[in-house]
Design a protein around this ligand. Structure first.
Ligand code: NAD
Length: 453
């Protein structure tokens, strides 16, 4: 099939290159000329494991191309994926201006044949019909006349990939959700995803797993949009739940890592998303929880659980600073090193990264804040310019009064902590992800403070 992906960010680039790998011909469009120039020259401007290689492979095979011209992308395609950002507004609602601009632009270039417009951006419930209306307006602006079901249909196809494992998540998802009122559009979407549904890849599986087939789920538009928000809200709440339990564990002398293991073994609960620590971050959880709460407000629904998930998460970030204060007392004039800056391992994404909240607070309190991250230093520096980033983790910990493990990159978990101890001025390590071997660190004379243990 001929496919256009609009928006070459974390979702669009992965979606486009994976769909190309299924054998589709994909043109990926972005408004950012520098980004498209970089991609055309073979440079992937974000870090996602395996993405650079996959993009190169699909470009070489002639299945993936890039453009800044929406009209070209729409003109050459049967299915158009909207993958642009939906960042939060100050009110918590999703800012739909990027989606609106793209929908209008698509409408203006819809002049022949039947096309399917797929909303992969995370959008407020009800946006599918709204996008169809904007597309119709765009068509009318050029003197045309077309309505959903006639020249085009709108489909909601929420994205569930996790940064850091985005390619395997796309190739081997638990489920593919497609919401639409159009039978014709749903059938096309099923055909498009057949290699993933059948787990049979014409050019080989770039990240082989068990071969378990994903669930195919057809819904109405609104339910598909709600599934995305409810999934993220549930995951965020699960982490906030274990963090609240961790805080109680700390007081009563229990170890939250053992408690989480014990409750996670219950198949009704499951072990994933039960790691206590610095809390969740990233571009999606906060904005999606806030957007769901904003939608609820519009309908006069209360959101006690969603509100609590946000509050607990914010408190976890403060807790790390409190642990430093408890141990070092006066933070003014101290040097604190953050190991890890990205919101999670495996990505360079620093959007709403907990490490940056900690960095900002430490700077406000008069600390010198040094940091090392394998991939995210550049993005972090853009947000917190006073951060002193280094190219080497051992350089970062030199002369530190305390070290905080903020992102559990394997290479940071497995540092030579004997060397770390010899380079630090102090001996305090705050293991904000409960990922370190505390006995090993203690054997090197380090004092380890975890979360909820
Ligand atoms: P992103 O900010 O990384 O990428 C968005 C891209 O869209 C940018 O490259 C931007 O230049 C481009 N863009 C903006 N306006 C445009 C326009 N008018 N025409 C063409 N391109 C335009 O965002 P992302 O992280 O990829 O997220 C995209 C959407 O997917 C969001 O709604 C997000 O909530 C959702 N989502 C993200 C993830 C994730 O892990 N990042 C996971 C699931 C869903």
């Amino acid at each position: 099939m001929n496919i256009c992906v609009v928006g070459c960010g974390y979702v669009g680039l992965v979606t486009g290159s994976c769909l190309a790998h299924l054998g589709h011909k994909v043109i990926a469009v972005d408004i950012d000329e520098d980004k498209i120039a970089a991609l055309k020259s073979g440079r992937v401007p974000i870090y996602e494991p395996g993405l650079q290689e996959l993009v190169a492979e699909e470009m070489d095979a002639g299945r993936l191309g890039f453009s800044t011209c929406l009209a070209q992308g729409v003109g050459e395609s049967d299915v158009i994926f909207i993958c642009v950002g939906t960042p939060p507004k100050e009110t918590g609602e999703a800012d739909m201006s990027q989606v609106e601009a793209v929908a209008r632009g698509i409408g203006r270039c819809l002049n022949s044949g039947y096309k399917i417009i797929v909303n992969k951006s995370t959008v407020p419930v009800g946006s599918g019909d709204w996008v169809a209306m904007i597309i119709s307006d765009g068509i009318a602006e050029t003197g045309g006349c077309s309505h959903p079901g006639d020249g085009f249909d709108v489909v909601s196809n929420p994205e569930f990939l996790r940064e850091g494992s985005a390619i395997p998540d796309t190739m081997h998802p638990d489920r593919i959700v497609v919401g639409s009122s159009s039978r014709r559009a749903i059938e096309v979407m099923k055909e498009l995803y057949t290699p993933i549904l059948e787990q049979s890849f014409p050019y080989g599986d770039p990240c082989p797993t068990t071969g378990r087939k994903p669930h195919w789920m057809e819904t109405d538009l609104t339910s598909a949009e709600m599934i995305k928000y409810a999934s993220n809200a549930f995951l965020a709440t699960k982490i906030s739940f274990i963090n609240e339990v961790a805080n109680i564990c700390e007081k009563v002398g229990a170890d939250v890592t053992q408690v989480a293991k014990g409750i996670g073994l219950d198949s009704r609960i499951g072990s994933k998303f039960l790691s206590a620590g610095l809390g969740w971050g990233g571009s999606c959880f906060r904005k999606d929880v806030m957007a769901l709460a904003a939608i609820a407000r519009d309908y006069c629904c209360t959101t006690h659980i969603l509100d609590a998930a946000l509050v607990v998460n914010d408190l976890q970030r403060v807790k790390v600073v409190q642990k430093l204060q408890d141990n070092l007392k006066m933070l003014k004039g101290k040097t604190v090193t953050l190991l890890g800056l990205a919101f999670k391992p495996g990505t360079d994404d620093c959007r709403d990264a907990p490490a940056l909240t900690v960095a900002r607070r430490l700077l406000e309190l008069g600390c010198k804040v040094k940091a090392y991250d394998p991939k995210a230093s550049h993005n972090a520096k853009r947000e917190v310019p006073c951060l002193i980033t280094t190219e080497d983790p051992y350089e970062a910990v030199s002369d530190a009064d305390a070290v905080v493990l903020a992102t559990e990159w394997p290479e940071l978990v497995n540092l030579d902590y004997g060397k770390v101890a010899s380079l630090m001025r102090g001996s305090l390590v705050v293991d904000a992800r409960n990922a370190l071997d505390r006995h090993l660190l203690q054997s090197h004379g380090l004092t380890v403070v975890g979360m909820g243990r």
